[in-house]
Design a protein around this ligand. Structure first.
Ligand code: NAD
Length: 358
């Protein structure tokens, strides 16, 4: 099959494959759209079942970044990179150096940052090879650094808004929340939930990450395969995508879904399945935009942590508008969000004229 006919290709502007035999790098960089600015999206380091799974992930994540950046009002297009890992565990510094050179070869059409399996130290190595990278620690109170605490804050605030809309509550205190995946974002989210007196259930396939949460706060542990179906008020998918599908949705007991994972819905129709089930779904790329909001301000050298906080605190309002429109038109929230994103990209709105100073 031609890649142009691939079901997930969806009019990507370009697709780039990189191989470096010395470091073992095999990577794909997908650029979905540069209509609003340079394509920005994190780098995922993951062991894929095969090359096609890696391609599908890159294409779906990249399109999601176009939508995320558009709805967040950022002067950025959408792109994403995946590094095909040989084995589970961290990548070597040679690998990330080679990846940095790959990013640099695109001359700024793609800006990278952290995603699953990639940390700030990896991005420091990338920075030695290219300036088209963000998510690095900054001096003083300047915006930037690890994006995951900002993602977690946006998810937490968005979760409050979604719970209010669906359950009519003003706080998460006493509500039961299941968090699937307690990595960078999941851990920070648990900290915020604990502070808000929520009752937390967690699951992770990584024992060390689970233990880290257990050491900090009281949580109930769920087996990874069951956590989606926990008897809770709110489900927060914070691991990988495709968790909401025709098989899982009928078994979900939570009435609110608000989490950080990208591409939570397996297919668009899953949004309608959630509605039928009486579940209010916070569209993933709207609620999880906190990290890219920080990345954007850092990359363009614009502003302080306070300004990032102010931008991130707009996420609940954005969600509320989507919920209102979905209710008024009797359509699922994911459809409202997708329509909004496509409209913004088509209009070229959101792309302020910004000089890169990195
Ligand atoms: P991470 O790699 O730090 O954490 C992911 C966690 O999920 C890990 O602890 C992993 O062991 C766990 N996990 C994997 N498969 C699992 C399974 N089947 N069941 C339970 N746990 C499982 O990644 P992260 O940065 O925390 O990102 C989490 C999700 O949020 C990803 O989908 C990512 O794309 C999305 N996201 C992250 C950011 C960010 O700022 N880091 C921003 C937007 C979206």
């Amino acid at each position: 099959m031609s890649v142009f006919d691939h079901s997930e290709y969806d009019q990507h502007e370009s697709l780039h494959y990189f191989q470096d035999t010395k470091s073992g790098l095999k990577a794909i960089i997908a650029i979905h759209s540069t209509a609003l600015g340079p394509a920005a999206g994190g780098c995922r380091h993951w062991q894929y079942a095969n090359d096609d799974s890696a391609l599908v992930d890159a294409l779906r994540l990249s399109r999601g970044m176009t939508y995320k950046n558009a709805v967040a009002g950022l002067p950025l297009g959408g792109g994403k990179s995946v590094i095909l890992a040989d084995a589970a565990g961290p990548g070597s510094s040679e690998l990330f150096a080679a990846f940095g050179r790959a990013v640099d070869s695109l001359d700024g059409r793609y800006i990278t940052a952290e995603d699953v399996g990639v940390n700030v130290n990896d991005m420091r190595i990338v920075r030695n090879e290219t300036r088209y990278v963000s998510g690095l620690p900054q001096d003083g109170k300047n915006a930037g650094g690890d994006p995951s605490p900002w993602t977690a804050l946006g998810v937490f605030l968005g979760m409050e808004a979604t719970a209010k809309a669906r359950l009519g509550v003003d706080s998460l205190s006493g509500l039961r929340v299941a968090v699937q995946g307690v990595g960078h974002v999941g851990l920070q989210l648990c900290r915020l939930l604990h502070k808000a007196d929520a009752i937390i259930t967690v699951a992770d396939v990584n024992r060390r990450n689970l233990q880290r949460v257990r050491d900090e706060m009281p949580v109930t542990e769920s087996p990874p395969n069951d956590v989606l179906f926990s008897d809770v008020d709110i489900l927060a998918p914070c691991a990988l995508g495709n968790v909401l599908n025709s098989e899982t949705i009928p078994r979900i007991r939570a009435r609110v879904i608000a989490g950080a994972a990208n591409n939570q819905l397996s297919v668009e129709e899953d949004g309608a399945r959630l509605v039928e089930q009486g579940i209010l779904y916070a569209p993933d790329y709207v609620i999880n935009a906190g990290g890219i909001i920080s990345v954007s301000r850092e990359y363009f050298g614009q502003g302080s942590e306070e300004e990032v906080r102010a931008d991130v605190s707009r996420i609940p309002g954005r969600l509320q508008s989507i919920f209102d429109e979905a209710a008024a038109r009797e359509i699922p929230t994911n459809i409202v969000a997708d329509e909004l994103a496509r409209r913004i990209v088509a209009d070229g709105n959101g792309a302020a004229e910004v000089e890169q100073v990195a």
